[in-house]
Design a protein around this ligand. Structure first.
Ligand SMILES: Cc1cc2nc3c(=O)[nH]c(=O)nc-3n(C[C@H](O)[C@H](O)[C@H](O)COP(=O)(O)OP(=O)(O)OC[C@H]3O[C@@H](n4cnc5c(N)ncnc54)[C@H](O)[C@@H]3O)c2cc1C
Length: 531
């Protein structure tokens, strides 16, 4: 046992790297071990086909915490966020809805569909900003534990209660609705234009096995809206060089602080002695010692696969086994010989530079879910597309483009057959669906990569292919993420911590779980609890 560290971080996704960077900046000797050949986890850029670099999984960014960008000085390490201008929704009747970052232009566009909705849009935007402001501090907070006697936690709960009481009556009302309603029902209260409600409701179902009419999805909508009130661009953006460039910028900051990073380094087991984590055993049999281990993998991987049987309390493992993954998304990445030409707005133009959403009607969205509910992928799926090569030409050869399609629903559990048998049929369905709106697409395709939930599980260790390491549903958030009583980055195994998206505040390229986990670990260190 030659090697010894203060901390080993399992997983070189962006959260693992954030944790490592903060620990090293506090003077700890840190090692990051990543199973794959490349860093980034689900925030990764890979040259899937020669000359074409894809943000293979996550493709847009908005929630990356400003304090992390600042404290780790990420721009100096190569982070550059380019604006993603708006969302374009083509419609089957050759009309479209195009919401832009410019509020006034969006308002005019909505007016074209419904003057009443244009009025309501102003009010809605204000209400969402109010609610996001209320909820946002929670993103940087250690969740209080209502199940234990924790004075600091009670203080935080009390403060939230007081802030709630300080909200205007309508905001209080809106917030309660948001916590309890479906995205579509909530939007029905504000708007009448079907395509507007369908496109907006899509944010409520990303990464969940729920439909736009399922209660609880309104809150997820707010979670995704939150980034829009951050920072300079007030909206979603691309990272130059793909989302992997975010992870690499964090890795750069971590290495500068002294972190050692190894790829192609799969951990097989967390090593324990006397009920404490003492390091890891690698897949090749090597053992590496550390005073503590932090896992950025999801709870099933961390506690069921990497921890020795019998080491964790049965009650805790039962809760871990109840944590819901239920992956529901797939990804289709296309290398293109040119740009798709939309029937409703022919030719190239700014509408191709933002997100392009195949979400023509609320019923379309709900029917897409119906297929998944009964164990099939959606015959007519919801698709969120981006063409990053228009904003960042470095990712494709001159004149060529990369098109990334995020797709729902692709249920992990199929009623018939396997994903290995159905992968290409799923890819065909996605291409056929987009081709209904942009008929030239098929002849532009040079290469195609289709990722099913099974691929996300196999290649990225995301259990059941859940893109957020576990559903972002209300019953799995805040002090319940991942497990009641263990939502504060600590685990029942002493010196084993968690820091990935399965912990508060959840998934997305945020870095928040990684940062809060590191600060909590450092507190334990200061209090002498790491032994
Ligand atoms: C298809 C898809 C699309 C998405 N789209 C977006 C988007 O557009 N915007 C957005 O904000 N978010 C998006 N997300 C979510 C976001 O990418 C994730 O929530 C986030 O990247 C997770 O980061 P993480 O560091 O917590 O975990 P991960 O990225 O899951 O990292 C965990 C790492 O641990 C490694 N690992 C696991 N087991 C071991 C082991 N035994 N030994 C060593 N290493 C191990 C894994 O290989 C992985 O690299 C998307 C995710 C997916 C999958």
């Amino acid at each position: 046992m030659a090697q010894s560290y203060d901390a080993i971080v399992i997983g070189g996704g962006h959260n693992g790297l954030v944790t490592a960077a903060y620990l090293a900046r506090a003077g700890k000797k840190v090692l990051v071990l990543e199973r794959r050949h490349v860093l980034g986890g689900a925030a990764v850029t890979e040259e899937v086909f020669p000359g074409f670099r894809f943000s293979v999984c996550s493709y847009v960014v908005s929630l990356l915490r400003p304090e992390i960008i600042r404290e780790l000085d990420l721009p100096r390490h190569g982070l550059e966020i380019l604006p993603l201008d708006g969302t374009f929704t083509p419609m089957p009747n050759r009309d479209h809805l195009w919401r832009m970052s410019d509020h006034a232009r969006t308002r005019r566009e909505i007016y074209r569909h419904s003057p009443t909705d244009a009025e309501a849009y102003d009010e809605y935007s204000k209400a969402m900003v109010d609610m996001a402001r209320f909820v946002k501090p929670i993103l940087s907070m250690v969740p209080p534990d209502p199940f234990s006697f924790d004075l600091a936690g009670f203080g935080r709960l009390l403060e939230m209660g007081n802030r709630f009481r300080g909200l205007a009556r309508t905001s209080q009302h809106n917030l309660v609705q948001l916590m309890t309603m479906s995205a579509a029902d909530m939007l029905d209260q504000w708007f009448e234009t079907d395509v507007l409600k369908a496109t907006m409701s899509a944010s409520g179902i990303i990464g969940t096995f729920l439909g736009v009419r399922s209660p609880g999805t309104a809150y997820v909508l707010l979670h995704h809206y939150m980034g829009e009130i951050d920072g300079a661009f007030r909206s979603w953006g691309f990272s130059r060089g793909g989302t992997g460039a975010i992870s690499l910028a964090i890795a750069g900051a971590a290495q500068e602080a002294g972190v050692e990073i190894r790829t192609d380094a799969a951990v097989a087991r967390v090593r324990t002695r006397n009920g404490k984590a003492t390091g890891v055993v690698m897949a090749n049999g090597d053992e590496i010692e550390a005073r503590l281990v932090v896992s950025s993998a999801d709870p099933r991987v961390t506690f069921v696969k990497l921890c020795e049987p019998g080491i964790l309390p049965a009650e805790f493992l039962a809760d871990v086994n109840h944590f819901k993954y239920r992956g529901s998304s797939g990804k289709v990445n296309l290398a293109l010989d040119g740009l798709p030409d939309f029937k409703c707005m022919p030719g190239p133009g700014a509408h191709l530079r933002g997100a392009i959403s195949i979400s023509p009607a609320v019923e379309y969205m709900e029917r897409a879910y119906d297929d998944a509910k009964y164990g099939d992928f959606s015959r007519r799926p919801y698709i969120d597309m981006v063409i990053p090569s228009l904003t960042d030409p470095s990712v494709a050869p001159p004149g060529k483009h990369v098109l990334s399609c995020f797709v729902q629903y692709a249920p992990y559990k199929l009623r018939e057959g396997t994903w290995d048998e159905k992968r290409e049929a799923f890819g065909d369905t996605v291409v056929d669906t987009v081709s209904e709106y942009a008929p030239n697409l098929k002849k532009l395709i040079l290469h195609r990569q289709v990722l099913t939930p099974l691929d996300l599980e196999r290649e990225w260790s995301l259990s059941e292919g859940n893109i957020f390491q576990g559903e972002l549903s209300l019953e799995q958030l805040f002090f319940l993420r991942p497990v009641a009583g263990w939502a504060r980055y600590r685990t029942p195994l002493r010196n084993l911590y968690m820091c990935g998206s399965a912990t508060h505040p959840g998934g997305g390229i945020m870095g928040a779980p990684g940062r809060i986990a590191a600060l909590e670990i450092l507190k334990d260190w200061d209090r002498g609890k790491v032994a």
